[in-house]
Design a protein around this ligand. Structure first.
Ligand SMILES: Nc1ncnc2c1ncn2[C@@H]1O[C@H](COP(=O)(O)OP(=O)(O)OP(=O)(O)O)[C@@H](O)[C@H]1O
Length: 324
């Protein structure tokens, strides 16, 4: 949890982006953890920073929360500095391994943190939103890892932040704990009144399925830089395109290879498999040949796209869009 305590300073600009990172750079000795990273997150987006270990996700998140300061570049949260945004209670974070007091009950913990805010959300409502009502009297030390993570979510919500930042929120949870955590977050987002809804979510993860399933937008980071930025479907296509298969006994592979966007053509028996960046063009071509039948288009899996994008020798993605 980040420090709460609202201050009485001037309100943020209503038009300012929830997060605007400009040419952000952070070094630790010889290591450049974040290397000129620019990123703008719009209100209401669920954005996943996706990258392999050491990509610079946590360092970026720490700078968004004012826990680290950049060597160069700037961070603006709703148009102001992270320190001021955190002090104003506009942003809350769930950080890796954030501490909880084992002797407090779940309800006491939420009540205590709520008391630090001038304008906290009602405790009962917050417990309900985080799926904690049935264990409100349980000591925190007796809660499972998943329940403790839902408690951290409740603590993040109780200050009514407009931006919620999650760093590897399901690290260490089993499949059931991960599912419950995300069910809680998405149900809370879908059903909460505006007073309790954090409208914008920035999530750091290396869990591909998490980014794919829950984010509107995935920003792939490697070596402290943005290498791809788009919807999950765009990221899949950016790295590896699509695959079109058809049954076509007399296919002329040379002609298929000449269709715009085609990367490879493979023939096994009567089946032709085409990897392409433009599946529409391939389908149109196949449809113009009556002998080609049983045409199927499949998206490559995000995992393949991610591995292709983050391989050490991979160049920057050409199809991913970079927003700043
Ligand atoms: N306080 C620090 N001192 C020295 N090096 C650091 C420090 N914090 C981060 N680094 C280095 O900066 C690089 C980026 O680390 P960071 O933790 O931001 O990556 P990450 O993408 O969050 O990785 P992970 O998924 O493993 O948490 C790594 O090489 C890491 O070793």
């Amino acid at each position: 949890m980040t420090a709460p305590a609202r201050s009485a300073e001037s309100p943020p600009s209503p038009e300012a982006a929830p997060v605007r990172l400009s040419a952000l750079t952070k070094r630790f000795g010889d290591i450049t953890a974040v290397d000129g990273l620019s990123l703008s997150v719009d209100a209401g987006q669920v954005v996943a920073l996706l990258g392999p270990n050491g990509a610079g996700k946590t360092t970026t998140i720490d700078m968004v929360l004012g826990l680290q300061h950049p060597d160069s570049g700037s961070v603006l949260i709703h148009g102001r500095s992270p320190d001021r945004a955190v002090a104003a209670g506009e942003v809350a974070g769930i950080l890796q391994g954030g501490g909880l007091l084992g002797d407090f009950t779940v309800a006491e913990t939420v009540r205590y943190v709520a008391s630090l805010y001038a304008d906290a959300a009602p405790v009962g409502e917050t417990l309900e939103r985080a799926g904690l009502t049935s264990i409100a009297r349980r000591r925190v030390g007796r809660c499972s890892g998943g329940e403790q993570q839902r408690l951290r979510f409740a603590l993040a919500l109780v200050g009514r932040p407009r931006l919620l930042v999650l760093d590897e929120p399901t690290a260490g949870l089993d499949a059931g704990g991960r599912r419950d955590f995300w069910r809680t977050v998405t149900q809370a987002s879908g059903a909460m009144p505006p007073t309790l809804l954090p409208p914008t979510l920035l999530l750091a993860t290396h869990q591909l399925d998490e980014a794919d399933r829950y984010a509107d937008r995935i920003v792939v980071i490697r070596g402290g830089r943005v290498i791809a930025d788009g919807t999950p479907a765009e990221i899949r296509n950016a790295a590896a395109g699509r695959q079109v298969t058809a049954v076509w006994p007399d296919a002329d592979e040379t002609l298929v290879r000449a269709v715009p966007g085609v990367e490879s053509v493979e023939r096994r028996g009567v089946t032709v498999t085409v990897r392409t960046r433009d599946s529409d063009a391939v389908v149109r071509y196949l449809m113009s040949h009556p002998a080609a039948r049983d045409i199927e288009v499949t998206s490559n899996r995000l995992e393949e796209a991610f591995l292709a994008l983050t391989a050490p020798d991979a160049g920057p993605s050409h199809a991913g869009t970079t927003r700043s």
